[in-house]
Write a protein that binds this ligand. Structure first.
Ligand code: N01
Length: 549
């Protein structure tokens, strides 16, 4: 809810702002809307040529969200009451239309600078303001600097040998051409089977002449159970107040969804009861099998094993070829990782695609890539395959990458990239010491990747808005995290994660997908209610763990 509407604009000059926000996705636009309501003079800067953040860039075939409606939208009544979704899990194009609708309703675009990157920023200790340098050559000075870059703003393109030799079409899913690529009748390779790879593979499999999937690790995909939505039912749900109830409830669940972990351990149930429970979760679709399962599934390997075994049995039954079965859905004895410690993707017809004669899968751990060639890819076993198109679904330098790729220098001139080069340090997952008046949301050491985006974006967004208001109303020049507080927070985040099974798996959650990146818990594993409580406590104590100037 808006806090006040008084005119408290303190900036002067056309390139002088109260708040410069980076990123025009869910997070940045939320900041813009509420800070502007308070009277702050704000601008959002984004590289893209439309609003939507991640949904602008990730327009690869089949891209769609993995949170069900109405979770994946703002909980602002003015917005949800007049918007109708067509599918339970909307596609990227419908999400883009949603952003255009939000823009129109909230009149956002007039304060968004598109087609423009933030290249660098430095804090001027004399004026206590940030100088923010844009790709256009312009510089803005701003009192507050809020980074809403999301967790996937920097794509990861592995350094494949010979990549420059390849003469065919090659794109990463996160910069897929906006106009698409005609894959019909083409020989296509997809490298990577994370969420992006899975969606792309199931979409293009039926269209291409031949598809070769290069899989390093199997994705433990769950059934999406997609369905068309009925506009009349949606309208009734809103009238009955059910949307509002869901939005309220999502703030009280571990992951910001409209379901939560069961309040019992796996071994409290008999094998038969477990099976019945798993069936129910499985048939409910979405992330239920992951985030509404036994409360100890991501802590206790023996319970996790029962979930994995159930998953493998269900999945193997859908794959005809015994070799593909073992590559895509290995039995428990040969599992690559525990269930849920890499993000499971939601799939619609993913496994059936591999039953088509024109679809092959190559297990890269057994048959590694040697080099890209002019026409395709050569493998270490000597096999060479030609492709018209190679799609890199190889993921992101997640969570921290989008922040440190901007050259941000704090009070002592040290860059954020240098500060975090051996490990990430934050206070409450929204600030970092030595970078006054700088905030980030949906970033490191917050619930980020364990949470539904819009839920956490609103919760962190509200905290940041209130904090900026507090600094302003108390006539402070700056707020900065103390080194002690961020050391404690960083330790707390690591301890929470260490109790889980996550550290045992190489995943982007742990920074383990990027060569040389520190291995650490990039996300807060205590769940949203606890996180919000901890942030609120500091706030209620007059921002304990922060210093003001
Ligand atoms: O990226 P990923 P993503 N050689 O890192 C493989 C969100 N998202 O873009 O697992 C060969 O998950 C890598 O292999 P391995 C969502 O949170 C959401 O798919 O590291 N392969 C893996 O298979 C998601 O989790 C949605 O062994 C290499 C793949 O590339 C996150 O974004 C849709 C390789 C990368 O998978 C990231 O998903 C899309 C190499 N050198 C994304 N390097 C929805 O909501 C990496 N790989 C639906």
């Amino acid at each position: 809810t808006p806090i006040a509407t008084s005119d408290i604009n303190t900036s002067s000059g056309s390139n002088s702002l109260d708040v410069l926000i980076v990123g025009a996705g869910f997070g940045g636009l939320y900041q813009l809307h509420y800070l502007r309501k308070l009277g702050f003079h704000c601008k959002v800067v984004d590289n893209a040529s439309e609003l939507g953040g991640i949904w602008y860039w990730n327009c690869y075939p089949g891209a769609r969200v993995d949170s069900d409606i109405p979770l994946y939208e703002y909980s602002i009544e003015d917005l949800y009451k007049d918007w109708t979704w067509s599918e339970r899990f909307p596609s990227w194009s419908e999400l883009r239309r949603y952003f255009a609708y939000v823009d129109k309703k909230l009149d956002l675009s007039k304060d968004v600078i598109l087609n423009t990157g933030v290249v660098s920023a430095d804090f001027d200790t004399k004026t206590s303001r940030w100088n923010v340098h844009l790709s256009t050559g312009e510089t803005y000075d701003t009192k507050f600097f809020v980074l809403c870059t999301g967790f996937a703003a920097k794509r990861h393109e592995p350094n494949f040998k010979g990549r420059e030799k390849y003469e065919g079409i090659c794109h990463h899913t996160a910069v897929y051409p906006q106009e698409g690529i005609d894959v019909k009748g083409k020989k296509v390779a997809v490298i990577g089977t994370g969420a992006s790879g899975v969606q792309c593979i199931q979409e293009i499999g039926p269209e291409v002449s031949h598809l070769t999937v290069l899989q390093r690790t199997p994705n433990l995909c769950l059934p999406m159970c997609q369905k068309k939505l009925d506009p009349k039912t949606e309208a009734t749900e809103k009238e009955n107040g059910n949307y509002q109830k869901i939005f309220d409830y999502r703030r009280d669940t571990f992951g910001g969804f409209h379901f939560d972990f069961a309040k019992r351990d796996g071994n409290e149930d008999t094998a038969e009861q477990q099976r019945e429970f798993y069936e129910k979760l499985w048939n409910g679709g979405g992330f239920r099998f992951w985030l509404a399962t036994y409360q100890d599934c991501l802590f206790d390997k023996s319970v996790n094993d029962t979930a994995y075994a159930f998953w493998a049995e269900k999945t193997r039954a859908r794959i005809n070829d015994p070799v593909k079965k073992d590559i895509l859905a290995p039995l428990l004895e040969k599992q690559h990782h525990t269930f849920g410690t890499k993000r499971p993707s939601l799939e619609q017809r993913y496994y059936e695609v591999y039953n088509q004669d024109n679809v092959d899968v190559i297990p890269l751990k057994e048959t590694p890539i040697d080099t890209f060639t002019e026409k395709g890819i050569k493998f270490k076993d000597g096999k060479e395959l030609d492709f018209d198109i190679i799609i890199l679904a190889t993921g992101f330098d997640s969570v921290t990458g989008g922040l440190v790729q901007i050259d941000i220098k704090g009070t002592d001139g040290v860059s954020l990239a240098d500060k975090w080069s051996k490990g990430t340090w934050t206070n409450l997952g929204m600030t970092t010491a030595g970078f006054p008046n700088m905030f980030f949301l949906y970033g490191p050491q917050g619930p980020t990747a364990f949470a539904n985006g819009p839920t956490i974006v609103e919760l962190q967004g509200d905290w940041i808005v209130r904090c900026i208001k507090y600094v302003h109303e108390h006539n402070h020049e700056t707020i900065d995290a103390t080194a002690e507080a961020e050391a404690l927070w960083t330790k707390h985040v690591a301890e929470l994660c260490d109790k889980t099974l996550f550290p045992g798996t190489d995943s982007w959650y742990m920074g383990a997908n990027i060569p040389g990146k520190p291995r650490e818990s990039l996300n807060y594993a205590g769940g949203i209610p606890r996180y919000v409580r901890e942030c609120r406590e500091k706030e209620d104590k007059g921002y304990e763990g922060f210093i003001f100037d």
